[in-house]
Design a protein around this ligand. Structure first.
Ligand SMILES: Nc1ncnc2c1ncn2[C@@H]1O[C@H](COP(=O)(O)OP(=O)(O)O)[C@@H](O)[C@H]1O
Ligand SMILES: [Mg+2]
Length: 272
């Protein structure tokens, strides 16, 4: 372990998404703002896309922490669910006890829950992560969920989060009706060069760095070049670089060290 050698309290670039490390770049702030707006304005469907590792799940979790008690949320993470499994997961995640494993009954139970919550002024939010994997049938069922409404307003806001293929999927003629209901869209792009530098120093600071690690400006630029600004890849490259520091007995991360770490990482991926 390199922690002690480098004067760190914990790993700055772990691959798990720990909210303590959240860094709100311009894109992440905007994604969050779009979701909050869609929920508050009851826009029905909200679509959030981004490539793998750009921070979609991280931002969903940040959203959940930000909403107050008047918003009831459910987050469905699994993909590849059948219609029944999805309904079951949704009912459970809203904190209800699924009465049966019957589709219509579950639907009815959910409907009642939505009406009850609406009656006391609550807004309901369902977030479906990795939504690009949902089948057309399940997506169609999700649209049916959004049909639940009173005369005045939508009872449930549904946030579909997924890789860019989600957008392509929703473009299919069979999903025309769902697509028409998407009131808010946002695509999370990669971090720019400056943000990558800030991101690296932000994570080092949260990890309790005592200043032993010296990450040069050129090294940060090299991380940007190699990762193209994708947080997941940034974490992998930076973690490797810190390990390399320990191995080569240095506390200085320079361009060459990052370059070599990235190459090793690629070799590992190819060889895996
Ligand atoms: N805004 C952010 N602040 C801090 N870490 C982030 C941020 N966005 C992404 N990460 C990190 O990058 C990695 C991938 O993020 P994740 O949310 O799982 O991406 P996605 O869901 O888009 O594939 C995680 O380790 C996460 O901690
Ligand atoms: Mg994710």
């Amino acid at each position: 372990m390199y922690l002690e050698y480098l004067g760190l309290r914990e790993k700055p670039f772990a691959i798990t998404s720990d909210p303590a490390f959240l860094y709100l770049s311009k894109k992440h702030r905007e994604a969050l703002a779009h979701m909050v707006y869609g929920i508050r304005e009851r826009k029905g469907f909200i679509e959030i896309t981004g490539d793998i590792g750009t921070g979609k799940t991280t931002i969903c979790k940040a959203l959940l922490r930000q909403l107050d008690g008047s918003t009831k949320t459910a987050l469905v993470l699994q993909s590849g669910l059948s219609e029944l499994q999805l309904l079951y997961a949704v009912v459970k995640d809203f904190g209800l006890n699924p009465m049966t494993a019957n589709r219509l009954n579950l639907f009815e139970q959910l409907n009642q829950f939505l009406l009850d919550e609406a009656a006391i002024g609550h807004n309901i939010v369902l977030i479906i992560d990795e939504a690009q994997n949902l089948s057309l049938r399940v997506l169609e069922q999700i649209r049916m969920l959004s049909n639940l409404e009173t005369d005045k307003e939508k009872l449930i806001q549904i946030i579909l989060v997924g890789q860019p293929q989600l957008r392509e999927k929703l473009a299919r003629p069979a999903l025309e009706q769902l697509r028409q209901r998407i009131g808010v869209r946002y695509h999370i792009g990669p971090l720019d060069a400056e943000e990558v530098t800030t991101y690296i120093h932000h994570r080092l600071r949260i990890a309790g760095s005592d200043g032993t690690v010296q990450w040069t400006a050129e090294a940060a630029q090299e991380v940007y070049r190699c990762s193209k600004g994708t947080p997941r890849l940034i974490n992998q490259i930076c973690d490797r670089s810190l390990l390399a520091c320990y191995v080569y007995r240095t506390t200085r991360v320079d361009r060459e060290l990052v370059r070599r770490s990235f190459q090793e990482l690629q070799g590992q991926v190819v060889g895996a």
